[in-house]
Design a protein around this ligand. Structure first.
Ligand code: SME
Length: 156
């Protein structure tokens, strides 16, 4: 399936339905991970990192779909996730192997996108997606994931 064939609008609607119908946040986030992992062929790992309310400047792994990762805690500023948390900006990386500040989850990963989840002025967490294909992420991915991040933020 090419970027063009992916039903981006439909995926956003499905994510909204999940958020409306889920019993709680954990369940909603888990189902969104499963949806994206299942429906988007170039998503090989889909997860949430959440700001730890008990440890300043630290992200902790939330719900995810894919292989387990050793990166269960990430300090702000470290790796792509930590940089996205620090700057509160989306990071779209075409070639992770060219990055100097990067934490590898699996040697198969080639590209990554990290989108912050912000409510008002507060960073809540982020959506992190890995792909085993180089240059897999585009502005379509960014648009969808920023929209989903906005919807998830409303849950907090
Ligand atoms: N690659 C991320 C670490 C998280 S794993 O991809 C699941 C990073 O550089 O922050």
């Amino acid at each position: 399936m090419t970027q063009k064939e992916i039903p981006w609008d439909e995926l956003l609607e499905k994510a909204k339905t999940i958020l409306r119908e889920a019993a709680d946040r954990e369940e909603a986030m888990q189902h969104i991970c499963a949806l994206l992992h299942r429906e988007v062929p170039h998503y090989d790992w889909v997860g949430f990192y959440m700001v730890d309310p008990l440890a300043e400047g630290q992200l902790m792994l939330g719900p995810y779909s894919g292989e387990p990762t050793e990166h269960v805690r990430i300090p702000f500023g470290t790796g792509i996730c930590g940089q996205a948390a620090e700057t509160r900006k989306t990071f779209l990386i075409n070639d992770v192997k060219a990055e100097s500040n990067y934490l590898a989850c699996s040697p198969d990963v080639e590209s990554e996108i990290v989108v912050p989840i912000i409510k008002g002025k507060e960073l809540i967490g982020e959506i992190d997606i890995d792909s085993d294909t180089k240059g897999a992420m585009s502005e379509n991915d960014q648009k969808l994931l920023e929209a989903i991040a906005g919807e998830v933020a409303e849950f907090f």
